[in-house]
Ligand binder design. Structure first.
Ligand code: FAD
Length: 230
């Protein structure tokens, strides 16, 4: 066990509500431990407080405001992994999770374009809620990449918060309603004109790599590109 792990604090919290908000996305609200705080965009390691599951820790992002007296997680379920996210679907109110220390490098630095792949949108949920609360959400854009239309979750919330600055793109479904393909240089050119603003990128590692490369080609500067590694 490394030093970082030894120092990890763990807190047991009871589930207050658990519901599906899309066919494969759970919203879980839990108690908040005493003296526990996080910044919008940050995450923690979560495990299920049951025999055989306690040590199966997975990272999940807080998706509510830090000022609230609960924790909220928005979790995409992968039944085919037969892992923690699948097991979470069996839990109910009163069951317990274990949450660890808070970590994460994605935080709001200034107006910009947020590019998310699938569940990579979760750090942006808390950031947008916080910007909306401070009346600073205008002029920020979300580009949300998913496989198919049914994978787009929280569509109405993003529309309400961002209006026309909420843009979807689908890689595996060609419909009239949404652009089709991956976020690439052509798509970026057609949707973004200012490359001096901040770019926040979160999603599968391959998506992050190719989007960051394309952003740089189009003129974005390293210090204006925010990812989990930055
Ligand atoms: C900092 C950070 C924050 C995150 N925040 C969120 C969040 O807020 N919401 C969210 O939904 N996700 C988030 N994620 C992603 C999330 O952590 C993973 O989706 C989650 O760990 C998956 O857990 P799992 O146990 O279901 O599956 P895994 O741990 O991915 O897999 C369990 C087992 O399934 C097998 N497996 C893996 N992939 C496949 C496959 N494709 N097909 C079949 N078997 C497979 C492997 O043997 C693996 O051991 C975050 C990730 C990071 C790094």
């Amino acid at each position: 066990m490394n030093k970082k792990k030894e120092k990890m604090k763990s807190n047991t919290v009871k589930i207050k509500s658990i519901e599906l908000i899309n066919y494969n996305v759970l919203r879980i609200v839990t108690e908040k431990p005493n003296e526990y705080s996080f910044e919008p965009g940050q995450a923690t390691e979560v495990s299920i407080n049951q025999a055989n599951w306690k040590d199966e820790k997975r990272p999940f992002t807080f998706t509510n405001l830090p000022t609230e007296d609960v924790l909220e997680f928005t979790i995409k379920v992968y039944p085919e992994h037969d892992g923690v996210t699948e097991k979470l679907t069996e839990l109910g109110v009163g069951d317990e999770l274990i949450v660890g220390d808070v970590f994460g490098a994605i935080k709001f630095k200034g107006k910009g374009v947020f590019l998310a792949g699938g569940s990579g949108v979760t750090p942006f949920i808390a950031i947008f809620k916080s910007l909306e609360e401070q009346n600073r959400i205008r002029n920020n854009t979300l580009i949300f990449a998913n496989r198919t239309a049914k994978d787009i979750f929280l569509e109405d919330s993003f529309k309400n918060m961002l209006g026309g600055s909420f843009i979807n793109i689908l890689s595996e479904e060609d419909t009239e309603k949404y652009p089709h393909g991956h976020i690439d240089t052509n798509f970026l050119k057609s949707t973004v004109s200012d490359y001096s603003q901040y770019f926040y990128v979160c999603g599968p590692p391959k998506m992050i790599e190719s989007v960051v490369e394309d952003l740089k080609k189009l003129g974005a500067k390293d210090d204006k590109i925010v990812t989990e590694e930055s």
